[in-house]
Design a protein around this ligand. Structure first.
Ligand SMILES: [Zn+2]
Length: 190
């Protein structure tokens, strides 16, 4: 989402844009090919800090974060691709999904806490942390913040930024239904 907004803005200027998706590119940090942006999930909490400027996009709620990672990690497996990418109401409500998620949250809750302490509760000025839902709710103000952090010398006009947001439309995809969220929370409390 962010990379497309940035790509759109770069295309309006003479700035050269390139993007490293890590696994599909060089699997090194920083990018071996010196690409402008690099995306990484830091699943091992070992992604090097201090190499440049970072935006840490995260979900404050552990259940929602672990759900997103679970569906992302599994999206090419088990022949469940469509349901994981486009879950419908029945799929969200299924016992199988809820059971798997509860087990994963139990397993990964500590990881989420360590991720937050590594990237969010970190006063290193090279890191800008950004909560996913805050970003989507207030894309204009937050995109400006991100651009200023990553590219302090670039000159993006307000109208250009607004237009990029109209085209790319940051939005919440696959929001877990509230009833399912409550069910998972209840199961965790037991
Ligand atoms: Zn790369």
């Amino acid at each position: 989402m962010l990379e497309r907004i940035i790509q759109h803005l770069f295309s309006l200027h003479d700035y050269s844009y390139s993007y490293c998706e890590y696994y599909g590119c060089c699997q090194t940090a920083p990018c071996r090919y010196n690409k402008l942006l690099q995306k990484h999930h830091d699943g091992q909490l070992k992604f090097p800090q201090g190499l440049g400027r970072y935006v840490a996009l995260y979900r404050a709620d552990a259940i929602l974060q672990i759900d997103a990672l679970y569906r992302y990690d599994n999206s090419s497996k088990h022949g469940e691709y469509d349901q994981l990418i486009h879950p419908d109401e029945t799929w969200w409500q299924s016992e199988k999904y809820i059971r798997s998620l509860v087990a994963l949250v139990n397993r990964d809750f500590g990881f989420h806490r360590r991720f937050i302490s590594r990237w969010v509760s970190n006063s290193d000025p090279t890191i800008l942390s950004m909560e996913y839902y805050d970003f989507v709710k207030q894309p204009k103000i937050n995109t400006r913040k991100i651009l200023k952090h990553l590219f302090p010398d670039a000159q993006f006009g307000d109208a250009q930024i607004d237009r990029a947001l109209e085209v790319e439309q940051p939005r919440i995809v696959n929001q877990m239904p509230q009833a399912v969220f409550e069910k998972v929370k209840q199961s965790l409390a037991q």
